[in-house]
Design a protein around this ligand. Structure first.
Ligand SMILES: Cc1cc2nc3c(=O)[nH]c(=O)nc-3n(C[C@H](O)[C@H](O)[C@H](O)COP(=O)(O)OP(=O)(O)OC[C@H]3O[C@@H](n4cnc5c(N)ncnc54)[C@H](O)[C@@H]3O)c2cc1C
Length: 468
């Protein structure tokens, strides 16, 4: 028996239902097809993740096949070449992923067995509905329902593979050109991350052993690493959410992890589930507002404001720190993602599409479901969103969550010598203070690109125009 296993967002050997199924039937041919529309930082991650997967398969004498082309045609051709009698995959919950899976099943009907698995979520989105059989639109009841219905989970071990017997060649990963060259901007990203399944396993282990003890209280402090940093590993499926669930529950049961920290962390995994759930039930939300009132929102397109935001040159230190962390490392702390996104949508009145696209290109954890749901949430147009009129004040947010200014000083070194009184509002400092801190506003650090109170009022006026 020969099974073709189509890998996409599941670049791991452990707890991988499609691989497990194929290996139980006999020989497998795992295949990964070049994805057309990732962002630059994700391509960097993908390169290293595939390298690590290739090696992991090679240790088991299994060859990973890389191919370029339209997925259905590639898979059917390859199935023919290796004489596969089954084609299997783990489901992807984006609109495109769902469409591809359905089309493939249809074109294979009657010729080759096809089977798809849930390798990505704790609960299948179609299995969770309200009493009225409609989809949940609010997180808390959704998650309560999920937790109540979660069956005890069993992890799938790395399967016993049959060595590859055919001689079909793979494309060479290095010829895919996934890494940046001119210029190579990836040094800071490489320093921070270890892509691949082993990197993911280590992150989870370290997190559950030590870091999680500060999770509930410290997850909003951007200067400290108090969160799991598992997001890119999850986005590429290098670790399963089921393993995260099982290991965290075990750590709570043995009292290694407190219930407060464990539950809070798992509820964030719940937000990941909710984002995918929303995308399955409301696939239009990658482009259209979830809340239809926002269809006529008077977004304002200003390329100067957008460019200043992208470069971390807004004049608001916490916003600039976040945007620079993102550029340097492919990651931004969650609290700061909320602050920077709110600033773009509300202070600059720039459409969330623009911010979402920039994040898509620069985040190593760029994920269509989390990115869409989070941007809509911040913009006020999403499911269970914070009300539009709640506008983050970037000065107060910085003072509250970066109390000692460590995060700002790390990412905005121009302000390293400014005392905490003015760190979040350097334009209010007197000349003497600025001079002794080595700052000349408008020269080595920008003046604010918008004035907070005025921008806030404009945002409220814009909101009032659609409230009706
Ligand atoms: C504007 C904006 C855009 C975002 N874009 C993305 C994105 O493209 N990809 C992405 O993975 N996350 C995104 N997030 C959510 C969140 O910021 C990151 O998941 C989190 O910062 C990752 O760090 P961590 O793994 O240490 O998180 P932890 O706090 O350790 O959380 C564990 C996991 O839960 C999931 N998670 C956490 N918060 C959220 C959330 N609010 N929504 C959905 N899932 C969540 C992630 O998979 C994360 O790895 C975005 C948030 C905002 C405000």
């Amino acid at each position: 028996m020969q099974t073709l296993v189509w890998l996409r967002e599941d670049l791991r050997l452990r707890d991988n239902p499609a691989l497990h199924y194929g290996a139980a039937r006999g020989e497998i041919t795992p295949v990964f097809i070049y994805p057309e529309s990732l962002g630059g930082a994700s391509y960097w991650w993908l390169h290293h993740s595939l390298k690590s997967l290739e090696m992991a398969f090679a240790e088991k004498e299994v060859r990973l096949i890389l191919r370029t082309g339209e997925p259905e045609a590639v898979l059917l051709e390859l199935a023919d070449q290796v004489e596969a009698d089954a084609l299997v995959w783990n489901r992807v919950y984006s609109p495109k992923g769902i469409e591809q899976g359905a089309a493939l099943k249809e074109s294979c009907a009657g010729s080759i067995e096809t089977r798809s698995f849930n390798g990505q979520l704790l609960i299948e989105p179609t299995e969770v509905l309200t009493k009225q059989s409609t989809p949940f639109k609010v997180f808390t009841p959704f998650w309560r329902n999920c937790v109540a219905n979660l069956q005890p989970k069993e992890m799938l071990d790395i399967p016993n593979f049959t060595p590859t017997s055919h001689s079909i060649e793979s494309e060479n990963l290095d010829t895919w050109g996934l890494l940046p060259t001119t210029p190579d901007w990836s040094a800071g990203i490489a320093e921070r991350w270890q892509p691949g399944e082993e990197g993911a396993q280590q992150r989870l282990a370290v997190f559950l052993e030590t870091v999680i003890s500060k999770y509930a209280d410290g997850r909003d402090v951007p200067s400290e690493e108090n969160t799991s940093m598992l997001s890119p590993h999850l986005a590429f499926g290098e670790i399963s959410s089921k393993q995260i669930w099982v290991d965290t529950q075990e750590a709570m049961a043995s009292r290694q992890v407190s219930s407060d920290n464990g539950k809070k962390f798992l509820s964030e995994i719940g937000w990941r589930e909710f984002s995918r759930y929303l995308l399955v039930h409301f696939p239009h939300i990658t482009k259209e507002p979830f809340n239809t009132k926002f269809e006529n929102f008077p977004w304002h397109s200003d390329s100067t404001l957008l460019a200043a935001w992208q470069k971390g040159q807004t004049g608001y230190p916490i916003v600039d720190a976040g945007m620079r962390e993102l550029w340097a490392t492919g990651y931004m702390h969650n609290r700061v993602r909320m602050i920077t996104a709110s600033f773009l949508c509300k202070h600059c009145l720039t459409h969330w599409h623009e911010g979402m696209e920039w994040f898509w290109d620069t985040l190593v954890d760029a994920d269509i479901a989390n990115n869409t749901a989070s941007w809509q949430w911040v913009a006020g147009s999403g499911a269970d969103a914070s009300p539009y009129f709640r506008i983050f004040n970037p000065i107060l947010q910085g003072e509250k969550f970066d109390k000692h200014g460590e995060y700002i000083k790390r990412w905005v070194p121009e302000l390293a010598h400014l005392g905490s009184k003015y760190l979040n509002k350097p334009w209010e400092a007197d000349e003497e203070t600025l001079k002794s801190a080595g700052i000349t506003l408008g020269v080595n650090y920008p003046m604010p690109i918008v004035e907070h109170k005025q921008a806030r009022q404009l945002a409220l006026d814009a909101y009032a125009s659609i409230k009706g």
